[in-house]
Design a protein. Structure first.
Length: 435
C-alpha cells in the first residue's frame, strides 16, 4: 500500500482550525504545496502526511487543537503542527510527543521545511496547475484578504501578540495584486482582515507602494479606495475605533465599500477597559457610532464583548447593558471571560465566579436579541440585495459569512447576486422571496 502511494504525487491531508486569519495561512500553505506538485488528500487514509493548523487563543480552542492533533495521529500517524498553538511547542509535544514537527503561526517556510524533511517534494512541481488566486478554502464567490500580521496592542486578556508578533503590514501592491487575481477568478466579496486592520501601514510609516504603475500609500483608506475600484463587495473586519476610521464612512455612504464595520469594543466600563488595556472608552465609542450613522445611516456595526472579566462588578455589567441598548449594534458576539495561559489578566484580582459569568452572558444576549429583533423587523417590506451562498440562503451587506445572520428565500444561484423582498424576520435572520 505504501509503495503504491509513492508511485503517484505525494498527498498531504489538511486540518484548518481557528479564525479567518488562520484560514488565510492555511490557504497559503495549500497554495505552496500545490505549486510544488503535492496533492491534497480528502481524508486521513489517503494522506502520506497531515498538517494541522491550530488555534491557541482560548482554553477551548487549545483543547480543540490538541484533540484534532490526536485524531490525526490516531488516523494517520504522520503529523506536522502549525498555527498559533505551535507557538507553544512545549504544550503540543507534551500532549503529543510523536508529532513530526511543530511550527508557529504564519510560518510558511517552516511548514514547507517540515514537509520536505518527511515527504520529499516531487521532481516536477507542475507550477502551471496552480491557479493565480492560489488554493482557497472558502466558496468560489468570496475570499478573505489578509493585509497584515501581528498586533501592537497588549490587551491583558489576549496572547495573540506573543504568538504572532508585532504588526507587520503587507506591501500594498502585493495585497492589491492578490485582490485582482481573486476577482478575476470569480470572487464577488473580499473580506479584509488582520489582527488590527485599522493599523495597516503604521509600522512602515504609510510608505508609498505601486499597483498597476500608479502610487498607492500603505494606508487603510488608500487601500480601500483601490479595492473599491475592483467592482466587488469589500467588507472590513477587526477595525479598532481610531479617529482615522471616520474617513472610511463616506466611502460606505457612496456605495464604494459595504456599509459594515466589525469593531471589537469588548466592554463599556472605563475601568474595565483600562484593566483590559483597550483603546477608547464607552462615551467616545457612542459618539463615534452616532457620527458614523449620521454620515451613513445604512451602516451595520458588528462587535464582540467579554463579560465576567476579573473585577467586573454588577454595576459595571449593567453599564455594559446600557451601552448595548444605546449603541443599537446590528450584530454582536459575547464571551464569558476565560483565563488564557500567559495572559496578563490572569493575575488580576477578584475573579468572577463561573456561574455569575454565564448568567451575565445570558442576560447580555437577551438584551442584544431584543435589539436585533427590533432592527431586523424594520426591514420587512424592503427589497434588499443579497449574495447567494447556497440555494435558498444568502447574505445582505449587513451579514458576514458564518458569524452573522442570513437571508432565507426559495431559489437563487450560488455565487450570484439576487434581490429579495423581506417578508418576515426573527432575532437574527430575515425571510423573503426573490423579486
Amino acid at each position: 500500500m505504501r509503495a503504491a502511494r509513492r508511485a503517484r504525487a505525494p498527498r498531504v491531508g489538511f486540518v484548518s482550525l481557528g479564525c479567518p486569519k488562520a484560514l488565510v495561512d492555511s490557504e497559503r500553505i495549500l497554495t505552496q504545496l500545490r505549486a510544488e506538485g503535492y496533492e491534497t488528500a480528502p481524508d486521513y487514509a489517503g494522506a502520506d502526511l497531515v498538517i494541522v493548523n491550530t488555534c491557541g487563543f482560548l482554553t477551548e480552542a487549545v483543547e480543540e487543537s490538541l484533540s484534532a492533533i490526536g485524531e490525526a495521529l490516531a488516523e494517520n500517524g504522520r503529523v506536522v503542527v502549525t498555527g498559533c498553538l505551535g507557538a507553544k511547542a512545549d504544550v503540543v509535544r507534551a500532549a503529543h510527543p510523536q508529532v513530526l514537527a511543530v511550527t508557529g503561526p504564519h510560518d510558511l517556510a517552516g511548514v514547507m521545511r517540515a514537509v520536505h524533511a518527511h515527504l520529499p517534494r516531487p521532481h516536477d512541481p507542475f507550477v502551471d496547475l496552480v491557479p493565480p488566486q492560489g488554493v482557497r478554502l472558502t466558496p468560489r464567490h468570496y475570499a478573505y484578504l489578509k493585509i497584515a500580521e501581528g498586533c501592537n496592542h497588549r490587551c491583558t486578556f489576549c496572547v495573540i501578540p506573543s504568538m504572532r508578533g508585532p504588526l507587520v503590514s503587507r506591501p500594498v501592491g502585493e495585497v492589491l495584486r492578490e485582490a485582482e487575481n481573486l476577482v478575476r477568478a470569480g470572487v464577488k466579496e473580499l473580506l479584509v482582515i488582520a489582527q488590527d486592520t485599522s493599523a495597516y501601514g503604521l509600522d512602515v510609516k504609510y510608505r508609498t507602494g505601486f499597483w498597476n504603475g500608479r502610487p498607492v500609500k500603505t494606508r487603510l483608506k488608500d487601500l480601500c479606495e483601490a479595492l473599491a475600484s475592483l467592482g466587488v463587495w469589500v467588507r472590513l473586519h477587526y477595525v479598532y475605533p481610531y479617529p482615522h476610521v471616520d474617513d472610511l464612512i463616506p466611502l460606505m455612504a457612496e456605495g464604494r465599500l459595504l456599509p459594515y464595520l466589525d469593531v471589537p469594543f469588548q466592554h463599556a466600563s472605563p475601568r474595565i477597559l483600562r484593566l483590559m488595556r483597550r483603546p477608547a472608552d464607552a462615551e467616545d465609542n457612542l459618539a463615534r457610532i452616532r457620527a458614523w450613522r449620521a454620515i451613513c445611516p445604512e451602516i451595520a456595526i458588528r462587535s464582540s464583548f467579554i463579560v465576567g472579566f476579573p473585577g467586573e462588578t454588577e454595576a459595571e455589567f449593567e453599564a455594559l447593558l446600557d451601552f448595548l441598548r444605546e449603541a443599537q449594534l446590528d450584530r454582536v458576539g459575547c464571551f464569558a471571560y476565560s483565563p488564557v495561559e500567559g495572559a496578563a489578566a490572569n493575575a488580576l484580582a477578584d475573579p468572577v465566579p463561573e456561574e455569575v459569568k454565564e448568567e451575565r452572558r445570558r442576560r447580555f444576549m437577551e438584551v442584544q436579541a431584543a435589539v436585533s429583533r427590533e432592527k431586523l423587523a424594520r426591514k420587512i417590506g424592503r427589497t434588499i440585495r443579497v449574495l447567494v451562498d447556497a440555494p435558498g440562503l444568502g447574505r445582505s451587506s449587513a451579514d458576514a459569512p458564518e458569524i452573522d445572520g442570513v437571508v432565507r428565500f426559495a431559489g437563487g444561484r450560488p455565487g450570484e447576486f439576487a434581490e429579495v423582498l423581506v417578508e418576515r424576520s426573527d432575532d437574527h435572520d430575515l425571510y423573503g422571496r426573490l423579486v
